[in-house]
Design a protein around this ligand. Structure first.
Ligand code: CU
Length: 250
């Protein structure tokens, strides 16, 4: 009799276990925690729970097929993340932005992509490896300015899915053409011709990846100015503070 009761209890417990397992795995993903993405703002209570939907409880689970350009991964229970008229907190930034992903499961990663509108402004390979937690990327915002929605995408390598995070930005320093103020404008007008025009580096402005820089070119990056030591085409990861062989601080 006793034994039969025990067996009945064990059997009764089985369906509960089966139910619990999918919930656990559903919460095991990732999102952009800094600057606070829309999901992060829902999780920390910046936006009313009634407006956020499931993102309040699972900011890391805006999961959907790869290749989308939205904030929810086309996942219905995360649809409020696509609502641009909710009172999202906006992060002020210059042209360079650091973003940090927080992972609740470190899925093997194909790559990360960052979009403003239809323009991909950032790309990082994941080498099909598990990422560090957290993982931080530095991207250049490609000359965009003003209020923009950045879509951050974490593409998983061993499933068809990706995770989506949207970050609301107010970007300064865009528009491209404004040259940085130079300290050499007080040069006396006596030696007019050649040197100024030929020596002057192209463009200047904020350092950007995938840009050709001539020796002597000056850029700003992270609030400092740098002069190019040798001609090269810049790449992500070659930011001036990282590569002393290419850039000297001025
Ligand atoms: Cu996951």
């Amino acid at each position: 009799m006793k034994l039969m009761r025990k067996a009945a209890l064990v059997l009764a417990a089985v369906p509960a276990i089966v139910l619990i397992t999918p919930v656990g795995s559903a919460s095991a993903h990732g999102y952009v925690s800094s600057p606070a993405s829309r999901s992060a703002q829902c999780a920390r209570g910046d936006i009313a729970e009634s407006l956020c939907g499931q993102a309040k409880y699972e900011p890391q689970s805006a999961e959907g097929p790869k290749g989308l350009k939205n904030c929810s991964g086309a996942n219905d229970s995360f649809a409020p993340l696509n609502n641009d008229s909710l009172p999202w907190k906006v992060t002020n930034t210059g042209q360079t932005l650091s973003l940090t992903w927080t992972f609740t499961a470190r899925h093997a990663t194909r790559d990360y992509e960052y979009f403003i509108g239809g323009t991909r402004v950032g790309y990082f390979s994941g080498n099909n490896q598990q990422p560090n937690n957290p993982t931080t990327h530095q991207i250049n915002l490609g000359g965009f300015s003003g209020r923009q929605k950045l879509i951050a995408i974490w593409n998983i390598s061993d499933t068809v899915n990706a995770f989506y995070s949207c970050i609301d930005l107010n970007i300064s320093g865009g528009g491209g053409t404004t040259p940085p103020p130079t300290s050499t404008t007080t040069r006396p007008p006596t030696t007019t011709t050649t040197t100024t025009s030929t020596q002057q580096p192209p463009a200047g402005g904020t350092w950007a990846a995938n840009t050709s820089y001539a020796a002597g070119a000056t850029v700003t990056y992270g609030g400092s100015s740098y002069r190019c030591r040798q001609a090269h085409t810049s790449l992500t990861g070659w930011e001036p503070p990282n590569v002393a062989a290419l850039w000297e601080k001025i």
